[in-house]
Design a protein around this ligand. Structure first.
Ligand code: 5GP
Ligand code: MN
Length: 329
């Protein structure tokens, strides 16, 4: 059941029993920020709350309050009364086969979201799950948005908006950020923690990944590839490839950037970024994934060659229809 902000605020205010908070696998800033934001907030509301993830947390989020209390596990064995799932549009994105909770709530901002829990709030237009969470927290009790909550929320907004640079950044996003800064957030501290602690291994990885740069669909698609062996060769962590996709996207004339990441042999994670003409969420959806208009992704089994063929065909169609629409106008 889809709820309004007021309804979800009332529901969360009155939650009883053991509450689990989780998010999507390979958690990013919005996933971690929103889940820890809620964790710190609900503790202040006097709730019994625990955070569990499927995948480990990238080291550059180690400064977020409560991060050391997160459990990372393949399977959730403990029973809960409620689960709050943030930044997740479909059950398989949590990475868990089963979440043992009597009732469930989703707080999310993905276009492709279809309700899969008892209660949900999904606002595809909002910058981030963190911004949405902040609005709900304000309705419950704004005085509980203390520094640890504010820091988590601010971090997720920064990462999901590309430091307030993407189109999902609204006037309201800036107002929320301003309110968080008024609560003591130091913007440069967040920037330094997330973006200015690069290890040399990251640059070694970037070097080999950029060597794979190639083009498709009349140079409108630029793609890079991370083979698993690159990680061993450079000693980089998988999460240290975060942001690499911005290089192919930044090339003049390129409309869509693609990043192929080998998880295991014949098992790939594909990230898509658009410059605006192509709705990459639609393309990702056709291939079993989802996301946002400008940033989306999917997982694919098979050889890289097969995955490329299928994807480039879809991207060609999407680019053609984008051109057609332009002529139609
Ligand atoms: P990234 O490329 O940074 O992993 O993800 C970009 C966006 O695409 C994220 O907002 C995420 O929601 C979405 N996304 C990435 N991978 C998947 C996927 O496998 N399934 C779905 N449904 N969405 C994905
Ligand atoms: Mn998000």
């Amino acid at each position: 059941m889809n709820l309004s902000r007021e309804e979800i605020a009332n529901l969360i205010r009155d939650l009883q029993g053991k509450i689990l908070i989780t998010t999507h696998k390979n958690p990013d800033g919005d996933a971690i920020g929103s889940s820890l934001g809620w964790y710190n907030y609900l503790k202040r509301l006097g709730k019994n709350v625990k955070v569990i993830y499927r995948d480990r947390i990238p080291f550059f989020f180690d400064f977020l309050p409560g991060v050391e209390e997160i459990d990372v596990t393949e399977e959730i064995t403990e029973e809960f009364d409620w689960v709050i799932i943030t930044d997740v549009s479909e059950p398989k994105r949590t990475g868990f086969e089963n979440i043992p909770a009597k009732k469930s709530i989703v707080i999310d901002h993905h276009i492709t979201a279809e309700p899969f829990t008892d209660y949900s709030i999904v606002e595809p237009e909002i910058s981030s799950t963190c911004e949405l969470s902040y609005e709900i927290m304000k309705l419950i009790d704004p005085t509980l948005i203390e520094y640890p909550v504010a820091l988590s929320i601010y971090t997720g907004i920064v990462t999901d908006t590309g430091s307030f640079s993407y189109n999902n950044t609204s006037p309201r996003t800036h107002t929320v950020a301003a309110e968080l800064i008024e609560k003591g957030i130091n913007p440069y501290l967040v920037t330094k923690k997330i973006y200015e602690r690069n290890r040399i291994n990251r640059f070694k990885l970037l070097e080999v990944v950029l060597k794979t740069l190639d083009f498709a669909v009349e140079n409108k698609v630029a793609h890079i590839t991370l083979f698993k062996r690159f990680l061993e060769e450079t000693g980089a962590y998988p999460e240290e490839s975060e942001g690499f996709i911005n290089y192919p996207r930044s090339i003049m004339g390129v409309e869509v950037a693609v990043f192929f990441k080998e998880i295991e042999q014949d098992n790939w994670k594909v990230s898509l970024r658009s410059k605006g003409k192509v709705n990459v969420a639609e393309v990702a959806k056709k291939l079993g994934g989802g996301g946002h208009k400008m940033a989306a992704g999917f997982e694919a089994k098979g050889s890289l060659k097969e995955i490329k063929e299928k994807l480039f065909q879809e991207l060609e169609l999407a680019l053609e229809s984008a051109e057609f629409e332009k002529i139609g106008n």
